[in-house]
Write a protein of this length. Structure first.
Length: 438
């Protein structure tokens, strides 16, 4: 890809924005919000407890559909493209890998920390009000489900400078090595089940590496028939693995912990992105589409983090009212989904107004001297303690509070400017870490 050739040209546009990647990110985010609104179906039982049913996941037709619409690999491919470009810009101005890690951490943990704190306070107040502890735990686990993404995305992004160096030397060999590690983990996960979580690193770094290859034009030399063959071939290999019983055909089951099926999907989606790039560029170049992508893109992390907690809270509170509650999967339930989606969007508006700016980099990250490497590494450890716990064991009320405290500590470590010290050259900029979507 050559983003400069597809740059935005309007006011406020960033010179090297790739409109196709912006469109892919917008599509991914919209699909996640819509699909979650089709999944959550709470039910209030006579004993006062609440259970949530994944109505969409229980449909027989859903498995082949989610095979096509599992877009998390595409998100990491896009993240590899923009991340590599951001890292190269930063390095060209004299920035270091620790500067890159600092900016990425701040961009992700500031909005996430606030979410954890608000969820902890809200659920703790609900517990004091007498809400059943099982309901509290269900809400914490369900609303915090997207937070597994933090573990995966941070693992990929914080390793980006290292894998970018390997990519510069041997791009295809690096991808092959990561793919081999993914396969090896899958082969051993039956003996050591916990080993499967290593693919939270290997798998998503491999998918990110595909983004590196696209960013450097690795698929541009392929003709359209070759791209179509790559798209079809990766899906046929995936179908064969599922038919042999080696993997589930349900791509939600394959998501956490991830496995080789998602790498095959990533190859297909990367090929499709290049195959349909001219048509996608025409769509993304439309004025109203560009404006919509710009508005949503600046607050995409906030939308991603908050939409499911808001959906769970809204659905739970409606159970306490006389508002009609059709049974999950009925025709009335399906017809009510647009209303539910609209409700989530309306609830997101004040949240975006209150917390959306947390996605922007603080002044200290833009113009201060670099953080010491030891400080950055300490912040990484502090952040990964609750993130890894949540990924392995699920989110609990206690972990919400502990995670919020750890994230706040990490922000203080990364954002503090020592008093009386002169400022040095900028090591990062708003284009790299504030407007480059994660």
């Amino acid at each position: 890809m050559v983003p400069e050739q597809e740059a935005s040209s309007g006011p406020g546009a960033t010179p090297d924005r790739d409109l196709v990647i912006d469109l892919a990110r917008f599509f991914c985010l919209a699909l996640v919000v819509i699909s979650h609104s089709l999944m959550v179906s709470p039910e209030l039982h006579p004993d006062g407890t609440v259970t949530y049913e994944n109505t969409l996941g229980n449909q027989r037709w859903f498995e082949p559909v989610v095979w096509i619409l599992q877009i998390m690999p595409l998100f990491f491919v896009a993240g590899g493209i923009t991340g590599l470009q951001s890292w190269r810009r930063l390095r060209s101005r004299g920035g270091t890998a620790f500067d890159f890690l600092r900016g990425r951490l701040l961009r992700l943990i500031r909005p996430s920390g606030v979410l954890l704190a608000v969820m902890f306070a809200g659920l703790w107040l609900a517990r004091l009000a007498g809400v059943d502890a099982r309901v509290i735990q269900l809400l914490a686990a369900g609303a915090g489900m997207p937070l597994w993404f933090l573990a995966a995305y941070l693992a990929a992004q914080l390793n980006l400078p290292m894998f970018a160096a390997l990519h510069a030397r041997a791009p295809w060999l690096t991808l092959a090595g990561l793919s081999s590690l993914v396969t090896a983990v899958d082969c051993l996960r039956g003996v050591l089940p916990l080993l499967a979580y290593l693919n939270m690193i290997f798998l998503w770094c491999a998918v990110q590496q595909l983004g590196f290859i696209l960013a450097d034009g690795g698929l541009q030399l392929l003709a359209r028939p070759a791209l179509a063959s790559l798209l079809l071939g990766s899906n046929l290999v995936l179908a064969l693995l599922v038919a042999l019983g080696l993997y589930s055909g349900n791509m939600l089951v394959n998501l956490n912990p991830p496995n080789l099926t998602l790498l095959l999907l990533a190859v297909a989606q990367a090929a499709a992105l290049q195959l349909f790039r001219p048509a996608l560029l025409r769509v993304a170049s439309a004025g109203w589409v560009r404006r919509m992508m710009l508005v949503v893109g600046r607050r995409s992390m906030t939308v991603y983090l908050w939409h499911l907690p808001l959906l769970a809270a809204m659905s739970g509170l409606l159970l306490l009212t006389d508002f009609p509650q059709p049974a999950g999967g009925t025709s009335a339930w399906w017809w009510s989904r647009p209303v539910v989606l609209l409700g989530v969007v309306i609830l997101l508006l004040p949240v975006l107004a209150l917390f959306g700016r947390l996605e922007e980099c603080p002044t200290s990250a833009l113009s201060s001297r670099s953080c010491p490497a030891a400080t950055v590494l300490t912040a990484v450890v502090v952040v990964f303690i609750p993130v890894a716990d949540a990924a392995l064991n699920g989110l609990t009320l206690g972990l919400l509070g502990g995670g919020a405290a750890c994230f706040a500590l990490a922000v203080l470590l990364l954002g503090r400017i020592p008093a009386g010290r002169a400022r040095r050259r900028p090591v990062t900029d708003r284009a790299d870490h504030c407007h480059a979507r994660h």
